[in-house]
Design a protein around this ligand. Sequence first.
Ligand code: NAG
Ligand code: NAG
Ligand code: NAG
Ligand code: NAG
Ligand code: NAG
Length: 506
Amino acid sequence: MMRPKWYQALVGGVIWTLGLVFLGFRLYVYYSRWNNDRGISIFDGHLPPVPQYQDTDNASQNPSTSDAELSKPLQDSTQEDIVDKPSVPRPTATGPTGEWSLAWNNKSIWPDWSSTSPTPNGASKSLPTYSISHEELYRYVHSIMHFNDEWPFERVSCPSGMGSRYDKLRGDTDGSGKARYFFALNLLDAADALPRLMSTIIETIKYLGPERCAISIVDGGSQDGTWEILTVIKSRIDDLGAQFFLATSRDGSNDAQSGQNATLADLRNQVLEPLKAKDVEPTHSLSSVYSSDAVVIFLDDIAVCPEDILELVFQHVNQGAQMTCAFDWVLNGTVFHDVWESRSLAGNTFFEVPHDGSLTHSKDMFFDDAPNKRRYKKFQPLQVYSCWGGMVTLNATSFAEDTVKFRATEQTDSDCYMGESMLLAKDLFSQGLGKILAVPSVNVAYSDDEATETKRIRGYVSDHINNDISELDAKEIVQWQQDPPELVKCLPLSEQVAWTEWIQSV
Ligand SMILES: *[C@@H]1O[C@H](CO)[C@@H](O)[C@H](O)[C@H]1NC(C)=O
Ligand SMILES: *[C@@H]1O[C@H](CO)[C@@H](O)[C@H](O)[C@H]1NC(C)=O
Ligand SMILES: *[C@@H]1O[C@H](CO)[C@@H](O)[C@H](O)[C@H]1NC(C)=O
Ligand SMILES: *[C@@H]1O[C@H](CO)[C@@H](O)[C@H](O)[C@H]1NC(C)=O
Ligand SMILES: *[C@@H]1O[C@H](CO)[C@@H](O)[C@H](O)[C@H]1NC(C)=O
């Protein structure tokens, strides 16, 4: 009597299982396809000419593996020809012993970065340390110079093709021949971030025109190989024709601790030093190397795609902004990170931070700024009081001329602690320069895994904008408000939340 039922249950179970397996498989295929669609090669056919490279370098495969997959030819050789130009000895099978180690310690193999791009005054130099093996160094450099290569680091994938949206940012459009884009980075122990970060910067520089670009990096005394990697990358970027200023805030002659008193504000100002004219009076002026409309692109150690940088610059330039910020996310793209530094035009944090510091309200962005909440939800740029968001663009002239600079909060001021960005916002608004913009279509994170999730949830730039239209859409254009909010929320160093009058703060 039980048999038919048993069979029925069995057959039903099998059918269900097959159904689920099939569904799972479809989802997997769909997901893989979706992933693959994004980011194979970018900027097809639009790259500026690059120096030729003789492919005689046999070490361009992983020296420690014989996996055939790794030795396959690179997909698009026309875009690979500047890479792997030997400037330091390659790792050999013998590893960090013998000949190679001796070579490593021979400082003359390192690029002479003091001669090609002068290091700004006041920045000290030191020779590379031995905090990373040659194999490791090689992996990082390989990854950075191969934008699309998944070996040896898996990175957040970046979409292909830029459309024509950013055409006007490229090349020598104003005929001045001067540099227009100044990438500024303060890094400390950021080796994990470098494969995507530096790769994206190089790809963006190639797109914009290397002779129109400069990079300035101040390393805070990294012990994880960041300095060594950057030293090698510097030579590659010099070869491309972009300026590269590399300095350390650490005093090279003494112990590693001596530079650590410097505040974040000091470090940010230091990285902008090369913008300033050095040998001419007045010294409060933009160096003649840079065009008058030069843009500073400040990047934290984020995972970022070229379109993120380009869209931020595009918005900055076309909206006539003084400062333009991305949105940075933590917890897999679910919580806005820079809440302490950011205030909406209502003077409030982007989301409500209760006194216990919980994330209960983190989904309710721009909760008390209704017009801008609507813009945020449609991924349209919006004016804010202050922001940072992992990446910002700034008017270079204002900083070169000392109209504004980064300031640090006095530690005694813990009743109303204001970070560097909030002090900057205050200074900008007080001079009528409060055109500060946040761009919700640009979403970044602090690791490749987190960035992958963030892009999945919040989308890529190209999911939100039509990248064939090189003008701002009427709906995108921001109506600038001149005056700052009357009140700006203070978040004291203690967890208490207080309000204070804007004009009295600090
Ligand atoms: C590179 O390897 C090929 C064979 O794999 C060899 O014929 C060639 O001589 C090598 N070149 C150098 C510079 O070692
Ligand atoms: C260091 O390297 C340079 C260039 O390869 C070479 O001329 C020099 O002899 C080397 N010095 C030592 C001490 O090995
Ligand atoms: C750094 O801080 C220490 C104490 O914290 C102080 O003694 C030293 O003078 C400071 N150095 C600089 C360069 O400010
Ligand atoms: C983020 O997502 C990844 C992959 O889905 C997961 O492994 C990880 O645990 C998540 N992290 C957090 C903080 O939710
Ligand atoms: C940059 O700021 C200066 C004032 O510091 C201003 O004169 C100039 O017009 C600004 N540039 C742009 C492109 O907005």
